[in-house]
Ligand binder design. Structure first.
Ligand code: PYC
Length: 322
């Protein structure tokens, strides 16, 4: 048979899909994961598009390339990517990755996996009940109550926070957060995203704010809040977003509304939930996020060079950010 074969295992975490590349991925050489990401982007971006974009994937899928770690301080390396580029970190993807490793028989319940990500070390535990708890990179709020004028919307206010990716977090936006309004919510948040860019509003060191989060009242019993999250390639997060929940926890802590150890249950637009809590060590805030993932497919992707869409259908309207 013609074509390169790539073995993948798919899962979803609270509805948001993750596709782990098990074999057949590009050879990115050795060294720190950030250097390997640079090689991935420069030399193998077609692989990214081929594995997550249509016709083999869709806009919501996050890919996870498992790599050898650069030092014995880690158990594995991982590079997350999506329909338009690369992610610093991915919370739902980390939960999906651990469920996948269990499915493969590579880890057992109780295992702790020290992951080398592009933005730092993330420790993930496969709990006895099959849920996964990840300890994210240090997170913080960079600016509070920032005003942005968005065309067709007017002035909106939000906090800018880091949770492994950059987020703009808005309450008081006047939008009903219901699943039947995904198109309207996507349009609303995309306008905010474009306005932030147009006005040069960024995270620290010019980091592009490529995730927009709206918060509202919860609908699931026991949840503290419900969110809608717009991802960099204009897809919405079906899960409560691990890095977004981390950013939210950093804002709550900065406002004196969350204490270390206190549980914050974040509901997604689909009704799935993550439990978040923080610890503060040496003045730095480390979010812990707990959620569940389910493996739903094992497949061989075939990349046949004769296929005009071998490397996916490009998302020409959406810019890569990371
Ligand atoms: O869970 O961190 C997350 C995430 C980022 C983008 C999609 N999911």
């Amino acid at each position: 048979m013609n074509g390169q074969r790539i073995k993948v295992i798919d899962s979803h975490t609270g509805g948001e899909p993750t596709r782990v590349i098990v074999s057949g991925g590009p050879d990115l050489g050795s060294g720190p994961i950030a250097e390997r990401l640079a090689r991935f982007r420069a030399g193998f971006d077609g692989f990214r598009s081929a594995t997550v974009n249509e016709p083999r994937g869709n806009d919501a899928i996050v890919g996870a390339l498992l790599c050898e770690p650069s030092s014995p301080a880690y158990d594995a390396g991982v590079i997350f990517f999506n329909n338009v580029g690369y992610l610093g970190m991915c919370g739902h993807g980390t939960i999906g990755l651990l469920a996948t490793l269990e499915h493969m028989g590579r880890i057992q319940r109780g295992a702790r996996v020290r992951l080398e990500t592009v933005v730092g070390q993330v420790d993930a535990h496969l709990n006895a009940d099959g849920t996964v708890t990840l300890r994210n990179v240090a997170s913080h709020r960079s600016a509070a109550h920032v005003a942005v004028e968005a065309p067709g919307i007017g002035r909106v206010y939000g906090d800018i926070a880091w949770g492994g990716n950059w987020f703009f977090l808005c309450g008081g936006h006047g939008q009903a957060l219901t699943l039947d309004r995904v198109d309207e919510l996507t349009d609303f948040t995309w306008r905010i995203r474009q306005s932030l860019e147009a006005h040069g509003i960024t995270g620290d060191d010019g980091g592009v704010i490529d995730h927009i989060e709206l918060f509202g009242h919860p609908t699931v019993e026991g949840a503290d809040s419900k969110s809608f999250v717009l991802c960099p390639g204009k897809a919405y997060d079906r899960s409560p977003c691990g890095t977004g929940t981390s950013a939210k926890l950093a804002c709550l802590y900065a406002d004196g509304k969350l204490k270390p150890g206190q549980v914050w249950r974040q509901e997604s637009i689909t009704g799935s939930t993550f439990d978040g809590r923080i610890s503060v060590i040496g003045g730095k805030l480390y979010p812990e996020i707990t959620g569940s993932a389910y493996v739903n497919a094992e497949a061989d992707l075939v990349l046949d060079e004769r296929d005009p869409f071998c490397y996916g259908i490009p998302r020409s309207w959406a810019k890569a950010t990371t």
